[in-house]
Each structure stands twice: as structure tokens, then as C-alpha cells.
Ligand binder design. Sequence first.
Ligand code: FES
Length: 160
Amino acid sequence: MPGEVAVFSPEVEAEIDRHLAKYPVKRSAILPLMFIVQRERGYLDPPGVSYLANRLGLRITDIWEVATFYSMINTKPVGKYHIQVCKTLSCKLLGARNITEHCAKKLGIRPGETTADGKFTLSEVECLGSCGTAPMFQLNFDYHENLTIEKVDQILDALE
Ligand code: FES
């Protein structure tokens, strides 16, 4: 909504203050604060970005630069379950494309899309640091590794 201002509870403001107090330079708290704003608002929306710029003494563009670099920061709404399939080398060589295509077919969406019921978002991301257990995806905060089509079915069916 244009002109909307991000407002947080006193508890969340206190949490933000605690993070800011940890760093000699305010801008160093940008990632922890982004996570808090994302957690509270569902994703990093323009009012959340303005709030962060004010609290950190940065420009709006400084916030967007960081937000759009990290795949763990969502700059648009995501579903209840966010599947992020690693598409980098180890995972790619061991079948990440098949995993993505299977998820896409099963959920009826393409990478970058969310199901109409808001339940699932499918994304492709760069290396998630779990190359030894490729192929893998991150489902919200959990890693699922050594994926096969059968394993993907089990994981997604349990969420339906
Ligand atoms: S290449 Fe997939 S986790 Fe590193």
C-alpha cells in the first residue's frame, strides 16, 4: 500500500535494538535486521526497506542492494512452504534440473511462482553449501539432501 509505514511491536523493536547494540557500526546489523523484518512482514516489502534504511542510517538503494543479493531474503511474497532448489554445479551434475522440473510439474507452477492457494513457492538458487549431499533443496529453514524423485514426493506429499 503506497505510503504504508512498517510498524513493529515493542518486543520486536527491543529485539532490533539488541542487534544494533552489538555492532560498532550500525550498517553491520543489516542482515539480522532484514531477517527480523522479513519474519514479521512475510517478506522484505518497500515499507520494510524504508524502515531498515531509517534504523540503519542507509539509503533505500543500500538496503535493496543487499536484499537482492541474498536468496534467503525474499523481496516478494512467498508461500507457506518455500522450496529453494540448488542449481549450482554439484547439484546440477547430479540431477537438480530433474528435481526442479518434478516439483514444478507436481505443484503446477514454474520456478519463481507461488501456487494459487499460497501454499508453495518454487525457486532455483545458487549453491547452498551442501554440495557433498547433492542434489538438494532448502524447504523453509530445513535442508533435504541426496534427493531423488521418490524422496521429493515423500517430502511434498507430507505437506499436502
Ligand atoms: S552445488 Fe548444490 S549445495 Fe553446493
